[in-house]
Design a protein around this ligand. Structure first.
Ligand SMILES: [Mn+2]
Length: 314
């Protein structure tokens, strides 16, 4: 049985892609089951609740050699701890290629589109399989989530076409209204502890010399209510400081993305992060907040610039 899962600190795409891909594989005669590598965020809970779907089970430690399919990620730093001992049979992803190696030829499907859901829809159509209503809603939700309803620069025409195709199957008449309801659910953070807020959408990236990389923790909070997040700035900076020390990181950043105004104001922990943001992005930090303008995509606008900054010229 193939274990199918998305990245740690799962977002809506990581969870729904595992569910949809496992179902697609089963329909194609490949025995598969979806898992998750962490707790659901409030947006994903909203999506699954509307479908009366249970969250996939939490993945427990897998024995070496277990066959797995990765969705919505491929880098070991974002995966299950012993990924290098597992047998990666399949990857469906829309991120940059990382450190993945395999003993046997894997099935790989990468496309530079806004969401894994967009690729999964293509896999249905290429296999001449109809899209089930529940899967349609899962894929559509993931696309709206990953692209911030087409606001993100990661958005492609394929993502827009996928939503147009999926909405009637999913029974969603007003996509705009549904997207706003998803974002409202995501932004209703209540009394969530600061450490959870930091790690909800958080990835660790190795930068610089691959033999001796420095690791940076990059968190993002996408919200329609940035005022709430900045109201908890002191707690969040304390959580960042703790994560940096505990995980032996070179730097930690937490970007607060205002979904509706398409802006990014990033929490800056110390002079180290301030210097990097200034030199890499020309950003000015004031009171621990750097204005990163309209750079709302970690994948397309933050990570590539940081990667270039830390890579010494050949
Ligand atoms: Mn994704």
């Amino acid at each position: 049985m193939l274990h199918v899962f998305g990245h740690t600190n799962p977002d809506t795409d990581a969870i729904t892609a595992a569910l949809v891909y496992a179902n697609l594989l089963n329909r194609q005669g490949v025995e598969a089951q979806a898992f998750r590598l962490g707790e659901l965020n409030f947006e994903t809970q909203f999506v699954l609740k509307a479908l009366e779907l249970e969250a996939p089970p939490l993945l427990s430690a897998l024995q070496a050699g277990t066959e797995v399919a990765l969705v919505d990620h491929n880098e070991s730093a974002q995966s299950t701890a012993n990924l290098s001992e597992l047998s990666v049979k399949r990857v469906v992803d829309h991120h940059k290629l990382g450190d993945l190696t395999t003993a046997n030829p894997p099935y790989l499907r990468f496309e530079p589109v806004g969401c894994t859901g967009t690729i999964l829809l293509k896999l249905h159509r290429e296999a001449n399989l109809s899209v089930e209503a529940g899967d349609a809603k899962l894929m559509l939700s993931a696309i709206l989530s990953d692209t911030l309803h087409f606001r993100s620069p990661t958005t492609t025409q394929d993502d827009r076409d996928a939503v147009d195709f999926l909405a009637p199957i999913a029974g969603i008449q007003n996509v705009e209204e549904y997207a706003l309801a998803m974002f409202a659910a995501k932004s209703d953070l209540g009394d969530t502890p600061a450490e959870t807020l930091l790690k909800m959408d958080y990835k660790v990236f190795p930068f610089g010399d691959p033999t001796r990389p420095q690791e940076w923790g990059l968190g993002v909070i996408e919200t329609t209510n940035p005022g709430y997040v900045f109201g908890r700035q002191a707690e969040l900076l304390a959580a960042m400081d703790k994560a940096k020390a505990e995980d032996g990181l070179a730097g930690v950043l937490l970007s607060v993305v205002d979904i509706l105004n398409e802006t990014n104001r990033t929490l800056v922990l110390s002079a180290t992060e301030e210097k990097v943001l200034h030199e890499a992005f020309g950003a000015v930090t004031q009171d621990h907040v750097a204005d990163l303008g309209n750079r709302i995509s970690r994948k397309k606008q933050l990570v590539p610039t940081l990667e270039k900054y830390f890579t010494p010229p050949a």
